[in-house]
Design a binder for this molecule. Structure first.
Ligand SMILES: Nc1ncnc2c1ncn2[C@@H]1O[C@H](COP(=O)(O)OP(=O)(O)O)[C@@H](O)[C@H]1O
Ligand SMILES: [Mg+2]
Length: 240
């Protein structure tokens, strides 16, 4: 599957936040979107998933050439799009298992419940998530790191075709960053998932092999290139 974002302009509360961004993410590709706080990365991610409070004022979002600009978020999810939130919601009373089970059902995964549970447990173990945790309400009272791991667990179970990961490394300790990176890498090996990884730290990239780096500043992509850009940013920051 191929995701194309073309000259996208996005408003939040009448204010233009994203000012003409174009990106193409093909099958199996790992793209990294970097940039300082407030540059519009999360706004872009949420709008691509169809966030109801953001308005796309011009440009287009296409999946395999077909516009999804007017599609609802659940329709986008059914097409194979997935968003990991920078700040995952806590939903008391919604069990993680029940949530994952409903989600995979809506996406057409008809695996037997027993096999599904086996996969959930195996993936949780791979993420070093305590087994007791997956029996609890979604993110309720979870630490920042646990929430991020649960997002990756969702991705692992739902196996989207294109995943947008909004700072999967933020607020994580060093070991957890590595674990998250390894789990993302494993999914990349197992599937032909295309990934847009948003981050402003380069640490997670020490464990990954991104093919494309895009730098966003004040609503625009200001620089693009390969791995060499990471080093440049590390040494000189975003100001140049
Ligand atoms: N609903 C909103 N109303 C007004 N401004 C917003 C809204 N949502 C985001 N913004 C602003 O848009 C800018 C970009 O935010 P964001 O996309 O979260 O940046 P990033 O993820 O790159 O740190 C910020 O200045 C933020 O305050
Ligand atoms: Mg953000």
């Amino acid at each position: 599957m191929r995701l194309e974002i073309e000259n996208l302009h996005i408003n939040a509360d009448e204010k233009e936040i994203v000012k003409g961004v174009s990106l193409k993410i093909g099958e199996g590709e790992l793209h990294v979107l970097m940039g300082p706080n407030g540059s519009g990365k999360s706004t872009l991610a949420k709008a691509v998933m169809g966030h109801p409070l953001l308005s796309v004022t011009s440009g287009d979002i296409r999946i395999d050439g077909k516009s999804i600009r007017n599609a609802r978020p659940d329709e986008r999810a059914r097409l194979g799009l997935f968003l990991e939130f920078q700040n995952p919601a806590e939903i008391e009373g919604l069990g993680i298992i029940s949530f994952l089970n409903t989600a995979r059902g809506s996406l057409g995964n008809s695996m037997h419940f027993r096999d599904f549970m086996k996969e959930v447990k195996e993936r949780s173990a791979g993420l070093a998530l305590k087994e007791e945790l997956i029996g609890r309400s979604l993110n309720h009272g979870f630490s920042g790191g646990e929430k991020k791991k649960v997002e990756v667990l969702q991705m692992a179970v739902l196996k989207p075709k294109i995943a947008i990961l909004d700072e999967p490394d933020s607020g994580l300790d060093v070991d957890s960053v590595r674990v998250i990176a390894e789990n993302i890498n494993r999914l990349r090996k197992e599937t032909s998932m295309g990934i847009l990884l948003i981050t402003h730290y380069s640490r997670i990239l020490n464990y990954m092999e991104p093919g494309f780096i895009h730098v966003m500043k004040d609503g625009r992509i200001v620089k693009e290139g390969g791995r060499e850009l990471i080093k440049e940013i590390e040494e000189r920051g975003y100001s140049e």
